[in-house]
Design a protein around this ligand. Structure first.
Ligand code: BEZ
Length: 235
């Protein structure tokens, strides 16, 4: 049989459009989310342990993501009734790491046809023919894909890192800076690289104590955590 080939979405491209049934009703993606950041993420299967730990964690952190103008949308190739039963089980029966009575109120897409999973390159046959891998798409308020992460089925995601990336992207957009390795809000940020010999010289000779240059192409400046959050957190 001929193998089907699906395009993988890429960073900087428009998020592929779809209409889907979810545990919160029908959604039109990404148009329903215009003006918000969205984290669209897939998980391999309902009623499985790693996925359960992830959903409980994401649901517990949802308000923190919402405050940063970010909505969550989950997906698996299971059906709607399986999703509903699994989310009810999580709320009624599972206590994990101090989390209990956890209600998942963000939409969980049913994707039995794999329509969405295939559009977003969430199916990786080398890992599984029937389950999506743990893909994460961070999409900006204009519907542009800004980050893509893939984790294998056996590895639960790091939610601190997802939040850190979201805040780093918003910081880059709002303040016109980049963020260095292991950056966390409050750490120094990177100013745009000098685009001319004149700017490079000026930077290296600058007495501005807020700017630190390791060399002409690598300069950082202070950006307080409070300044960032004041700008990006919803009131
Ligand atoms: C899990 O999330 O634990 C899981 C998912 C798919 C297969 C096996 C385990």
């Amino acid at each position: 049989m001929e193998e089907k080939v699906f395009a993988m979405p890429r960073i900087g491209e428009k998020a592929p459009e779809f209409k889907a049934i979810t545990t919160q009703g029908e959604i039109n993606f990404p148009s329903d989310y215009k003006g918000s950041w969205v984290i669209l993420f897939s998980h391999p299967a309902d009623f499985t342990p790693v996925c359960t730990s992830e959903f409980m964690t994401f649901a517990t952190l949802e308000s923190k993501f919402n405050e940063a103008n970010c909505k969550l949308v989950g997906l698996s190739v299971d059906g709607l009734y399986s999703h509903i039963a699994w989310l009810r089980t999580i709320k009624e029966k599972i206590e994990y790491k101090g989390m209990k009575n956890v209600e998942v109120t963000f939409p969980l897409i049913e994707d039995i046809t794999m329509n969405v999973a295939q559009k977003y390159g969430m199916m990786m046959p080398g890992e599984s023919d029937t389950k999506a891998v743990r893909a994460v798409f961070i999409i900006d308020p204009k519907g542009i894909i800004r980050t893509i992460l893939y984790y294998p089925i056996s590895t639960g995601r790091n939610f601190d890192e997802l939040y850190r990336i979201l805040i780093a992207l918003q910081t880059a957009d709002e303040f016109g800076v980049a963020t260095p390795a292991d950056w966390r809000p409050g750490d120094e940020v990177i100013v745009p690289t000098a685009g001319s010999c004149g700017v490079a010289k000026k930077r290296m000779e600058s007495k501005d104590e807020d700017i630190k240059c390791y060399d002409w192409f690598f300069c950082t400046k202070k950006l307080e955590k409070e300044t960032i959050f004041k700008k990006i957190l919803k009131k």
